[in-house]
Design a protein around this ligand. Structure first.
Ligand code: ACO
Length: 436
């Protein structure tokens, strides 16, 4: 696609440059359209809008392909570790031994929170959702390291990035301990990343949690599979905030808030609630599937469907295998897994789901693995946030390293009142009904 695209508006023709990505993705660059024609493009929900050029993650939703920096997710899930994958995403290449050692050491050096941050945990009620605590505490961290907050200095960026990757895990574990009224467990420098998270979550003060390699590997794989996913809702949020030159911690905290919703990261929690309800009601999943297809019902088959994948989510394929392997090795039989598998089979053979290309996404089986590990449901989205942190950081870096980067500022088509005049309070009649 070398020739410019042509657009006819009200009989006048405009030429717009075209763009082709390294994998042949085609786009029309509309950035000059308004200046030429006074018209903007309207794309509610951004389903057809490329917000940036990015060299981090490639997805082909039709063919079910996901690659980080060109490397297929299947290879990373099998051969890499979360820490190595984080390095790959942020710096663009797999690390040498020396680079990996330096990066790991930097994560260890930065794993402890500033001691005064502990007092902030006291202010949250026991009922606080861990995602609320996580976003608040990530944002609060920036107050403790004001000297690090410059955005364009690569050495400071390296320390900030390590601190954030390392501390998101510490904050997450502390918020869990707080919600259960348990004493805080500090990280152990000798443990690797995922081991340390499990230790901080589940050890007692006088008895260390027994680290089983298959559990560590399963959780590490979950982190790898969630590490990036190009311009999804939370990553776009991080880039949006970064574009205003807000610091890395503020940008990542915003990403956590976006991830919290049930249509995004909150889906893994919603999947387990759905499966539990189905199990408790004695349904085998078929009644729920019928309700999910009924347009009068607000139910959706959680863990199914994806904005980009119109084929099986490659992460779901990997996670299903990890789930089977883990439950077998721990000798766990979970009725929710049986229901999930039956529902998947039914949905994949049902015209409603087939026609709409709705396949299981990464969240469909991840919750069952986390349940088996003993991670409580309200922590599921937090696990997603820990995994997604390297992706947010690499996208943040791409924004601030780009000398042509501009503040993100979409436009709109205004559909409100035309100009009208202020009415004094005594002359007004109530037009808005307030819900009680
Ligand atoms: N169950 C039943 N119907 C569904 C589902 C579902 N899970 N997902 C989509 N549909 C239907 C819609 O009702 C719509 O039907 P229609 O054309 O008859 O109106 C059609 O499929 C298209 O759906 P949209 O909502 O337009 O698709 P969109 O791309 O906007 O949404 C989303 C994608 C949000 C993931 C959606 O599929 C969904 O809500 N899934 C369940 C929640 C979920 O699992 N989210 C996790 C996403 S992955 C992640 O964030 C890691």
């Amino acid at each position: 696609m070398k020739k410019p695209a042509k657009l006819d508006i009200d009989g006048k023709e405009y030429e717009l440059p075209t763009v082709v990505g390294t994998e042949g993705e085609k786009g029309v660059d509309v950035s000059s359209l308004r200046a030429q024609s006074q018209c903007i493009t309207l794309d509610e929900g951004y389903a057809n809008t490329g917000s940036c050029k990015s060299a981090i993650t490639y997805i082909d939703g039709e063919r079910g392909i996901l690659r980080y920096r060109g490397i297929p997710i299947e290879e990373l899930a099998e051969k890499s570790s979360f820490v190595e994958t984080a390095y790959l995403l942020i710096y663009g290449e797999l690390p040498t031994r020396a680079q990996f050692r330096d990066f790991s050491n930097s994560l260890t050096e930065n794993e402890n929170l500033h001691e005064d941050m502990k007092y902030h945990f006291e202010g949250f009620p026991y009922t606080a959702h861990p995602m609320a605590i996580l976003s608040s505490m990530i944002n609060a961290s920036s107050c403790f390291y004001p000297g690090l907050m410059g955005t364009r200095d690569s050495q400071r960026f390296d320390v900030q990035a390590s601190r954030l990757i390392s501390q998101v895990r510490t904050i997450a574990a502390f918020s869990y301990r707080k919600s259960r009224g348990l004493p805080i467990i500090y990280p152990k420098p000798l443990y690797k990343y995922t081991e340390n998270f499990l230790h901080m979550m589940f050890s007692d003060v006088y008895l260390d949690y027994e680290l089983k390699p298959e559990v560590v590997r399963a959780l590490d794989t979950i982190f790898i599979l969630h590490a990036d996913h190009e311009q999804n809702c939370s990553t776009s949020t991080v880039r949006m905030v970064a574009s205003s030159q807000a610091n890395l911690f503020a940008s990542a905290a915003a990403g956590v808030c976006a991830l919290w919703g049930p249509l995004h990261g909150g889906a893994n929690q919603a999947v387990i609630s759905m499966l539990e309800d189905i199990h408790e009601s004695g349904d085998d999943g078929s009644r729920f599937i019928a309700a999910a297809k009924d347009k009068k019902s607000s139910k959706r088959l959680m863990g199914f469907g994806h904005r980009v994948y119109k084929n099986y989510d490659p992460r779901a394929r990997i996670i299903k295998k990890v789930c089977d392997r883990l439950l077998n090795s721990l000798n766990i039989s979970d009725p929710l897994l049986d229901i999930a598998k039956k529902m998947e089979e039914t949905a994949l053979n049902d015209d409603y789901f087939v026609e709409r290309k709705l396949y299981p996404n990464v969240d469909f089986y991840s919750g069952i693995i986390m349940r088996a590990i003993g991670i409580p449901t309200e922590m599921f989205t937090v696990i997603f946030a820990i995994g997604r942190m390297p992706g947010w950081i690499s996208n943040y870096k791409e924004v601030v390293d780009n000398p042509r980067s501009r503040i993100y500022r979409p436009r709109q088509i205004y559909v409100g009142e035309k100009e009208r005049h202020y009415v004094p309070v005594d002359e007004r009649t109530a037009k808005v009904k307030k819900s009680r």
